[in-house]
Design a protein around this ligand. Sequence first.
Ligand code: AVJ
Length: 309
Amino acid sequence: MANNTDFERDVKDGLSSNPKKLSSKYFYDDEGSRIFQEIMEMPEYYLTNAEFEILSEQAKGITDALDFGEEFSVIELGAGDGKKTFELLSYMVNNGLSIHYRPVDISAEAIHLLEADLQNRLPKLKLESLVGDYFKVLGALPKRSKPALFLFLGSNIGNYEIDEAKALMKRFNQFLQPGDKMLVGFDIIKNPRVILKAYDDPQGITRRFNLNLLKRMNRELGMDFNLDQFEFFPYYNPNNGELRSCLVSLEDQKVGEFTFEKNELIHTELSKKYSLDDIKQIAENSGFSLRKNFFDCKKLFADSLWEKG
Ligand code: AVJ
């Protein structure tokens, strides 16, 4: 788990750099995870429904493509509420497969809710939840005698610049054993207005999600941000598929040691959108071969199945 000193150091570095930035990984304190739940329920945020459709309607296709036999583990990086994953897991369990599910998440609250819910709805599932940073948790996993499917869903990969994404997948790759597979969720390039709408929602839920980061800094780092002095601004560049979110300082102001000019930006998040070509490149660049892409009926989203090697 990211401890307070990591958080403090990253905030200091980010607010001292030019342009100013904060890492979106710090969105997900317990409150942030709750706001993200609200985002996933917004009609504009098509990503969740599209991936839900893939995992529920193509559970058989995905399971068959694994070619794993009766018993395997499913290790999910960034499990969140696990609502979509439930669809895939229940198909597997109800078809007599013996699944050991290990969800990993940074939010203890999110993962404990998920655990209670799953235990209740799928009592035959072997469940072991893991709270903390991906790599700390992966490093502590015991050696497996059965194959594993790693899940990195929901377009979490979109938070990384393309080179960082390749590096991240390379690092994940090292925790896979030969024959293991990985299912990665990508948001696909589409009509620019549809993309922007998903982040610029009229209800202001995404705005609240971003401002919660300032609230968290106030609470955990003793800072003194006035939330009314910052405006949320998401923008999309259809030339490169980058949806970026930022906070705009509405006044010249000082918060502790940091000065903000009027209209100065704090970059908070990259939510990258991909072409099918990008996906293949990332896979091949990080030690995987692409086995098959699974799409929703509108081709808004892809869950891409990769094999190590
Ligand atoms: C969880 C990183 C996939 O970038 O779409 C949703 C987070 N940010 N609305 C995304 C998010 C604003 C989301 N991911």
